[in-house]
Ligand binder design. Structure first.
Ligand SMILES: NC(=O)c1ccc[n+]([C@@H]2O[C@H](COP(=O)([O-])OP(=O)(O)OC[C@H]3O[C@@H](n4cnc5c(N)ncnc54)[C@H](OP(=O)(O)O)[C@@H]3O)[C@@H](O)[C@H]2O)c1
Length: 282
């Protein structure tokens, strides 16, 4: 039995889909907090919130390998992840893979330290494990394309920092590969990123090329970028974190990586950012 947590999320759904290409649906367990949202997944659904350790242990009964997809609640994240790891131990799970962040041990952004803290919990658990240090989803930077086109500008505070974007689907396929794989993955820390890194200025040029409209990259100081997002209606903590990510992580090269571990795991080149842009424009 293979279990995927947060299986109703965008990444979780893609992992479940990738698993169904290789194993029967009856051997896949979707662990979700809202079972109603999972009725279309076509696999076994078990309900458990990350905050409920007992429900998690019950949901993982009979499961041999589990994928823990990182929780969204930044304030509760480490506790939530600890609950899943402990539940996996109690349920006798043999192997746990955790979706961390690229170069998790080097992040200066406080909200992202939860990944390194979770990795430590996983390592100390005694479970056999793998860490999937996921880089940036290309989709993160295409959701705002309509606005960028309306204003002729992509805003950010990342300077000329390079981002090795890959599509969410690429990371999902890698997670499925590791979940389905054998002992070779045990104890591995995979730095997962796209084959080719681009800057936000390169992204603006790509959008211009595909649309025939002029879009440039406007680089702002961290605080000014946070203010723009606040004025656009983002909650203050999120605006601050996103500006910090640009100025303190992307600008420092933390979302760039040349290991090609992601294309190695999925057995094909990663999805180029041009394709993610094309899909978003369509
Ligand atoms: N690498 C990147 O670029 C990147 C970007 C964004 C996020 N992330 C991280 O990767 C994770 C997956 O990304 P995604 O795009 O799939 O996010 P998403 O679409 O927002 O999905 C989040 C999932 O987490 C579930 N969830 C939230 N709180 C929960 C709780 N207390 N108990 C159980 N489940 C809970 C949600 O359940 P419901 O469906 O019930 O809401 C949903 O299934 C995110 O949670 C985040 O940590 C990474």
């Amino acid at each position: 039995m293979y279990a995927v947590t947060a299986a109703t999320g965008q990444l979780g759904r893609l992992v479940v889909e990738a698993l169904t290409d290789h194993v029967p649906r009856s051997s896949i367990v979707a662990v979700v907090r809202d079972a109603a949202k999972a009725s279309d997944l076509g696999v076994t659904v078990r309900q458990a919130d990350y905050g409920d350790a007992d429900a998690l242990a019950a949901a993982l009964q009979g499961v041999r390998r589990v994928l823990l997809i990182a929780a969204t609640d930044m304030n509760e994240r480490v506790r939530h992840h600890g609950n899943v790891v402990e539940a996996a131990r109690r349920a006798g799970v043999a192997f746990l893979a955790y979706t961390s962040v690229l170069h998790a041990d080097r992040w200066p952004v406080a909200a992202f330290r939860s990944h390194a803290e979770t990795e430590a919990i996983v390592r100390a658990s005694g479970l056999s494990f793998a860490i999937l240090r996921n880089g940036w989803y290309g989709e993160n930077n295409t959701i705002g394309l309509a606005q960028a086109l309306a204003h002729g500008a992509i805003l950010g505070a990342a300077g000329s920092g390079r981002i090795a974007w890959a599509a969410r689907r690429d990371y999902a396929e890698a997670a499925a590969t590791v979940l389905l794989g054998g002992d070779i993955h045990h104890g591995q820390i995979y730095e997962l990123a796209g084959d080719r890194a681009l800057t936000l200025a390169d992204l603006a040029a790509e959008v211009s090329r595909q649309t025939g409209r002029t879009v440039t990259y406007a680089d702002l100081p961290e605080d000014a970028y946070a203010q723009v997002m606040l004025q656009a209606g983002l909650p203050e903590p999120l605006a601050r974190v996103l500006a910090e990510v640009d100025a303190r992580a992307i600008a420092m090269g933390l979302l760039d990586d040349e290991s090609r571990a992601l294309s190695g795991l999925i057995g094909r080149p990663t999805t180029p950012m041009s394709e993610t842009v094309r899909a978003a424009l369509a």
